[in-house]
Design a protein around this ligand. Structure first.
Ligand code: AMP
Length: 224
C-alpha cells in the first residue's frame, strides 16, 4: 500500500503515520524526521536546513524532491510506504507524480486529516518530544513530565523550536498558501480520503482504515 498523509502542522500526521506503518507493515517516510536527523548529525543538508526549519519556512523544493526521489527508489520502499510531510507544494506534488509514473506506481492514496487552526495552535504549543525515543506527547496527557511513559527516560522532553506560538502561526500561514492547494491537486485525481483529525488517536486510525477500505473496495489486512 502507498499512502500520503496530509494535513496542517500538528494535526497528528506523524502519530498516525507511525501507527499505520506498524499496522500495515510499510515504512514511514517523514521528511521532517529526515531533516531533523540531518540537523542533529550536522550533515551539509542539516546545516543548510536548520535555520529554515527553525523559522518555520519550507526547505527548497529542489532539496526535498531529491530526498524523496532517493528514498522512494530505495529497496525499503519497494513494497509500499507512508509519506508524511511531502508533498508540501504544488511543485513537489507534480514531481512526485512524475516519479511515481517512472516507478509504475498507480495505486497511491492521499489521506487528508482535517482540523481547525485554533485547535492546532493549542495542540502544538503543548506538544513535547522525547529526546531519547522520539515519541511525541501532549502536556495535557502527561501525568509526570519528568519521565517518558514510552521509554522511561528522565527529563528527556523538549519543545521543538518550530512549535513556539509565533512560528506555529507562520507555519500555518505557509500551509494555507503553499500546501493546502496540494489537496485540490489530488482531489482532481480522485485519490483523496478525508478524516476528522480532531478525533482521538484511536478513532482517527479506525476512520482512516474504514475510509481506505471504502475507497479501495478491499478489506485492509492489519497487524495487531
Ligand atoms: P514537519 O515535521 O513535517 O512539520 O517538518 C518540519 C519542518 O521541516 C518544516 O516546517 C519545514 O521547514 C521542513 N520540511 C519538512 N518537509 C518538508 C517539505 N516537504 N518541503 C519543505 N520543507 C519541509
Amino acid at each position: 500500500m502507498r499512502l500520503i498523509l496530509f494535513g496542517s502542522p500538528g494535526v497528528g500526521k506523524g502519530t498516525q503515520a507511525k501507527i499505520l506503518s506498524s499496522k500495515l507493515k510499510i515504512p514511514h517516510i517523514s521528511t521532517g524526521d529526515i531533516l531533523r536527523e540531518a540537523v542533529s548529525s550536522k550533515t551539509p543538508l542539516g546545516i543548510q536546513a536548520q535555520e529554515i526549519m527553525n523559522s518555520g519556512e519550507l526547505v527548497s523544493d529542489k532539496i526535498m524532491i531529491g530526498i524523496i526521489r532517493e528514498t522512494l527508489m530505495s529497496t525499503k520502499c519497494k513494497n509500499g510506504f507512508i509519506l508524511d510531510g511531502f508533498p508540501r507544494t504544488i511543485k513537489q506534488a507534480e514531481s512526485l507524480d512524475k516519479l511515481l509514473a517512472e516507478l509504475n506506481i498507480v495505486n497511491i492514496l492521499f489521506i487528508h486529516l482535517a482540523a481547525e487552526e485554533d485547535e492546532i495552535v493549542n495542540r502544538l504549543t503543548n506538544r513535547r518530544a522525547c529526546k531519547n525515543c522520539g515519541n511525541i506527547f501532549s502536556l495535557n496527557d502527561l501525568k509526570d513530565t519528568s519521565v517518558c511513559p514510552a521509554c522511561g527516560a528522565e527529563n528527556s522532553f523538549y519543545q521543538r523550536d518550530d512549535d513556539k506560538e509565533e512560528v506555529i502561526r507562520k507555519r500555518l500561514k505557509i500551509y494555507e498558501q503553499s500546501t493546502a492547494p496540494v489537496l485540490d491537486h489530488y482531489k482532481k485525481q480522485n485519490k483523496v480520503v478525508s478524516v476528522n483529525g480532531l478525533l482521538s488517536i484511536e478513532e482517527v486510525t479506525k476512520e482512516i482504515l474504514t475510509e481506505l477500505e471504502k475507497k479501495t473496495g478491499n478489506p485492509i489486512k492489519v497487524s495487531a
